[in-house]
Every structure is written in C-alpha cells, then in structure tokens.
Design a protein around this ligand. Structure first.
Ligand code: EPU
Length: 420
C-alpha cells in the first residue's frame, strides 16, 4: 500500500488537462456486450475502475486491446452470462453489465454489488425497470438471475426515494435498445454520462430520443453494430481541480473540460466571489484572497453533484463563516468530516447536513482516505493546509483520478508517494 505526502500551503500555477469521464467509460464499455462487432472507445482514463471493467469484459468472453487511452473491444467466441462476485463487489459500476447481457443473451447471472462506505446503495430501480421490460428476476445466493424470452418495451417510471438513478437508467436503456417496441423511461437520469452512453448506443444503431432529459424514448432494434466513440471529459475531475484552485488561491487553467457540465459548481462559486473565464473547452479560475461561505445541497444533474460534495466541504472548511452542506443523493456520505476535523476543521454532522464553521487555517496531519471523493477532499485540504499531510490508503484515488500526482506536480505542488 502507498501513502501520499503533501507539503501544503503553496499556491499553484499552470495548466492541467482533464481526462475522459470514468462514469461515462464504465457503462459505455459495458454497452459493447450488445454487439459481436468491434468497438473502439477513445479517451478512456487509465484507472483502477476501468481496468476492473476490462477484466469483467474479458471474464464474459470479450477480447480487449488497450493502447494509451484507446481501447478496442471485440468478440472471439461466445459471450458468457455470469458476472461474478469477485469483480462486481470491488466496483458497483460493474452492475451495469446486467442490462446488456440480458438484452443480448436473454439471460444473465450478475452478482449483487452490495453497499459501500458512501451508503446502502440498493438496486431496486434496476430490477424494477428490467421486470417492466418482461425480464424474470430471481435473487439467489447473492446473485441476480435474469431471464427473458422476449424483451418488450414499456413505459417505466424510474424515480426513486433519492431521485433518478444514473446506472439504473443506463441498465434499462441498454436493455431497451434491443426490446420489441417502444420504451419510455420517465424520471430518467439527465447526467452528461447518460447522454454520452445514449450517443454511443445511437452510433451502434440504437434508436434513442430525449437523452439528457427526464424522458428518454427508445425504439427497439434487432441488432446493433460496432462503433467508434470518444468519451466526454470528466466533469468531476475538472470540478475537483476548480475547487483545489480556489482552496489554494491559485491561478489554474483547466483544459479539455466542459464548463456547461459544471454550471451548478461554477454558479455556487461565483456566489462566493470566485471569477471564472470559460471558453469552449477551457476553464480559468481566478480567486480573490478571501471568499464568502456558501451553502449547497446535492441533487441529481443538473443540480450540485454529490461527487463534488466532499471536495466542496474541504473548501468551506477553510472559508471563515458558517456554511451548510446537505447531501440529498447519498445521505450518509460524510466519512470525510472526521478526517477534515483532524486537520483543524470545525465541521459537525447533523443528519444529512454537514454544518461547517470555517476556520482561517487548517494544519497538515496524518489522515485516512475512505472513498474516492473523500480522498480528493483530503488532497485539497492537504494542499491548502500549513505543514505536512500524509494520506493513507490512497488506492481509492487511483479508482478515479488519472495521473493525479503527476498533474499536481506539474502545477507546482509538493506531493510524493511512499510505500507504507
Ligand atoms: N438508488 C436507489 N435504488 C436504486 C439505485 C439507486 O434507491 O436502484 C439510490 C441510491 O442509493 C442513491 C441515489 O439513488 O441514494 C442515486 O444513486 P445512483 O443510482 O444515481 O448512483 P449510481 O448510478 O450507483 C453513479 C456514479 C456515482 C455517483 C452517482 C450519483 C457511476 C459508476 N457511479 O452511481 O459515482 O455518485 O451516480 O451521481 O456512474 C463516484 O464516481 O465517486 C461515484 C460514486
């Protein structure tokens, strides 16, 4: 295991290039199960999670060739129907092979993913949607057994207690593209990653309308062909760099990012006094010496993303005054509070709220990464803190940030990795 050592308190300068979106790449890679023809996917970030998806596709019978950030996925033999516990339990994104497998093979056996440190994370909406498409679902020994003679299009309401679901929308969309007739998904997730998946499926020959809105209409087709696609930029990585720039009072140029995917964050920070200069694919952040505390509530897209909640909290922790961070998507995603407090922050959890009494200065300390975005929050805090921060269990970061240390070093950060 490795730890990260950060000497904080320096402001950064320069340009950073944003990688492809992890949460687009995962379902798009899964969608290649819908065809035997070769698919080429570009701008795939090299991450632990995309490597897990490669292993999963290989275990299902696909051949995967990866070169730099381009992967080619094709079939050399029949597809297998079982996605095992070993891989699915390490990454919830794996569960989105269920929809394409059942659409292609009319049967699938996929391990239930279970919860994780950010919450219970049920899959009821995935199963409800598939049942509506005439798929028989049984759960035995921790596996979902899905069978269908014919998938039939249907009108499906996919809203849950916490709003829409990203991967349930992906799973149902991937099953419905090869169902008989028309499917309408109501209360569909509107995330750019869902739009990206729909655009990939359309290139494969699927008939989809309304992607990016809460109503997606799909007309089933018999067969899909191969496609060549470039993954959109990772809005969460870009958002993390924006927050990092503000927290360290740095002048950073973020390249290859899409500012229109980050309006909730940009608007919130403008309210705090941060200035932005955005062009087609460049975001420049200019921060004044002091900013105002602002409160946020996370919602499904286009609301403030839960995947930036922890990083935003790190910024507010060192913004004097009171702010409140409320997570309505993952009400238990607050493990980072204890670690930020070890660095001198003053944050109190009350139900789904983090009440932050911002302080002038936080101090380096040994801290523990608990999940991907909590780790990013600790990196931000470590860069802004006075003194040395050691972040343990950094394998979480490798799940979602491509070359993070390299990118930060190029911006002038003092960051090193050491074996524990
Ligand atoms: N939910 C249900 N039932 C379901 C599915 C979800 O109640 O069947 C609930 C969840 O428990 C949660 C809410 O609905 O309270 C939203 O969850 P969603 O299904 O949208 O999450 P997901 O699709 O499993 C994706 C991302 C997450 C991101 C969420 C929310 C991928 C691979 N994962 O997860 O990304 O937090 O959407 O935007 O796309 C991350 O990248 O760090 C990460 C956790």
């Amino acid at each position: 295991m490795y730890k990260l050592i950060i000497e904080g308190g320096k402001s950064l300068k320069g340009e950073v290039k944003i990688s492809g979106a992890k949460n687009s790449a995962l379902p798009i890679m899964a969608a290649t199960l819908l065809t035997d023809a070769p698919c080429v996917i570009r701008n795939v970030p090299k991450l632990r999670d995309t490597q897990t998806m490669v292993k999963l596709l290989q275990s299902l019978g696909k051949t995967v060739e990866a070169r730099n950030n381009v992967i080619k996925i094709f079939s050399n033999g029949p597809l297998k129907d079982t996605a095992g516990y070993d891989l699915v339990s390490t990454m919830r994104g794996s569960f989105c092979v269920l929809g394409p497998l059942v659409a292609k093979l009319r049967r699938a056996k996929v391990s239930l993913p279970g919860g994780c440190v950010i919450g219970v994370r049920p899959v009821d909406l995935h199963l409800k949607g598939l049942k509506a498409l005439n798929v028989k679902i049984e759960i035995e020994n921790g596996y979902v057994f899905a069978k269908a003679k014919n998938l039939r299009g249907a009108q499906i309401y996919l809203g849950g207690v916490f709003g829409s679901s990203v991967l349930a929308t992906a799973n149902i969309m991937m099953a419905a593209v090869m169902a008989q007739g028309k499917t309408i998904i109501e209360s569909a997730a509107c995330e750019p990653e869902i739009e990206d998946l729909a655009n990939f499926l359309i290139k494969m020959g699927a008939k989809i309308k309304g992607q990016g809105t809460p109503r997606i209409t799909i007309t089933g087709v018999k067969k899909l062909h191969g496609a060549d696609h470039r993954i959109i930029p990772d809005r969460i990585e870009a958002g993390t760099f924006i927050l990092l720039a503000v927290a360290t009072r740095s002048d950073i140029i973020i390249k290859g990012a899409c500012s229109s995917h980050l309006l909730a964050l940009i608007d919130t920070l403008q309210g705090a006094g941060v200035k932005f200069n955005c062009t087609d694919d460049v975001i420049r952040v200019k921060t004044k010496r002091s900013i105002a505390p602002v409160s946020i509530t996370t919602y499904p897209y286009p609301g403030f993303p839960t995947d930036l909640q922890a990083q935003f909290m790190a910024l507010m922790a060192l913004t004097p005054g009171i702010s409140v961070v409320t997570d309505k998507v993952y009400p238990d995603r607050f493990i980072h509070i204890a670690e930020l407090n070890r660095m001198g922050a003053n944050i109190r959890r009350e139900g789904i709220n983090g009440i932050i009494q911002g302080v002038k200065r936080i101090y380096g300390a040994p801290v523990m990464a608990s999940d991907l975005r909590a780790s990013a929050a600790l990196v931000i805090a470590g860069l802004a803190a006075k003194g040395k921060t050691e972040i343990h269990r950094i394998y979480h970061l490798e799940r979602g940030y491509e070359n993070l240390e390299k990118k930060l070093t190029l911006l002038g950060a003092k960051i090193t990795r050491k074996r524990e």
